[in-house]
Design a protein around this ligand. Sequence first.
Ligand code: WT7
Length: 654
Amino acid sequence: MSEDQSTAGSDGGLDVLLRTEQTFPPPPEFAAQANASDPGIYERADADPEAWWGSWAEKLEWIEPFDEILDWSDPPFAKWFTGGKLNVSANCLDRHVAAGDGDRVAYYWEGEDGTRKEITYAWLLEQTQKAANGLKSLGIGKGDVVGVYMPMVPEAAVAMLACTRIGAIHNVVFGGFSAGSVVERMEVSGAKALITADATLRRGKPTPMKEAIDPAIADLETLEHVIVVDRAGSNPPMTEGRDHRWEELVGGAGGDCPPEPMDSEDPLFILYTSGSTAKPKGIQHTTAGYLTGVTATHKLVFDLKDDDVYWCAADIGWITGHSYIVYGPLANGATSVMYEGAPNYPAEDRWWEIAERYGATIFYTAPTAIRACMKWGVEHVEKHDLSKLRLLGSVGEPINPRAWLWYHENVGGGRCPIVDTWWQTETGAIMITPLPGLTTTKPGSATVPFPGIEAKILDESGAEIAEGGGHLALTRPWPSMARTLYQEPERFVETYWKRFGPDTYQVGDAARIDEDGYFWIVGRTDDVINVSGHRLSTMEVESALVSHPKVAEAAVIGVPDEDTGQAIFAFVTPSGGTVGDDELEAELRDHVAEKIGKLARPKQMAFADDLPKTRSGKIMRRLLRDIAAGEELGDVSTLRDPEVVESLQKQLAV
Ligand code: WT7
């Protein structure tokens, strides 16, 4: 091992900045059978990106063919595959059943409690049509927003597919978010219905979902219907006229629901994600471009073959689940594993036990999960036969070389290529990634843009940097790009397309490009914190904190964390007369969990009578970062009250 490797990991997520000398060319046996094995693919896609994406769109099933591949006459508002009509559920289900693959397993589903189900394409199609008819019977149709707040059960996929069947726009909220987050997202999207479950099983005990959101959703004006899946048999109270049992609604519905012909550019779904402000952004994806992007990337990046057993261990509530548990795999007719629960329940080998049982060949997870597995110990992996695995993936945050090498060696048995895939909720599909049969990987680098994608590193003035660090930008439109922010087109332009102009997408990540043209993602450049691959805004957490009566002011920063990549550090000024002690800290953590969700709880907190501010009253986050890191402070001469800093430093020194 080189010296870099042996020191890698000591500073958690930051060691992505350290290089290892080792590189990993595709194993020859892998390259020989890969879906993408001709390096000319990059050049051809580059020479004519529209023809490249058009060739993927043509693989879909169209109700009416498209006229034009791309209309980029009004950037940044792209239109792809104009004039075409298609239906996403028909592409994901009917197509395969019609081809004789109805009995093919779409999901090996495993509940945390050990329940197992084999979900076939025929069953999914039947349930999707019934659920679609159930929604229709409630008056829900094309263009209506339907919330989905569910655990990882097959019905979650059915709910999403049923929406696409009738042209309703789903708005999925991650099951780990709190009632407050659900209500906010339903309110701002004007959701007409919400599909949820009685409870979710996590670490063996049911946590109520429906009952938890009941008080908060009561006042939502647009919400007419709540549909409740029975996961845990807990019989939550039902409101007459508004609430419906999924089993009755879907069970009693007719089994034939023709797919709604959707325009290529009709909205498919919205998914709220965190940005620089406290108000989440409703990322809006449309029908044909999104499906084209996820189909192409899923097929080539994961090298999907008919006999693969593919497992993406994300949650349906995030974009990874949308694109690479539901739409990409189903459009490609894949057989996937879907697991409901925690990776370490009842024991730390649960994932590997599942991988062995179903003979998983492809496994996709986040660096934070890999680091957790490292911590639990390699013996849990070694207990199981993982010899069928042939490809591994990583997503959500930079993977530190030490975790990369551990994953490669211990999960992949040294033989599986690793695809470190960089992308975002906004990009819809994977953008920077190895192609496993073609790309030599360097641990810690997401490598190169997917064919047809153009990425650049720009300096502050927007000029391209050929080698070195700066702002990551995507400089060409792509089919699965977000079309707008739901009902906020101006904010869409302002957030992503203003800084470098209307045809250059400002990613919001800092990155470096090396002498081989490989991209190394460093982290966010905006006020977004990435905790375990989950995106949180500092403002969102700050506003949750200040909504507590005992808090006068709060500032939140992200600090490097060995386990979660980044962790939340909150600086809090208690309101007059309140003492900042452990008790208050616990109370505030609970409060944030209630407002946003457990994942947003600050890991560390410091109390002070005031926060370091400039004379004009602006909080100096740079100083907070230095204080949290225990570093020498830079220039403090512009501070209004330098003593504040000393008192904070003293607190952290003990
Ligand atoms: C942000 C997007 C894409 C699905 C999960 C997160 C970070 C994502 C990587 C990677 C380094 C990564 C970026 C990005 N990110 N993948 N392979 N290497 N960083 O989606 O919640 O929209 O977050 O996650 O900072 O901007 P998201």
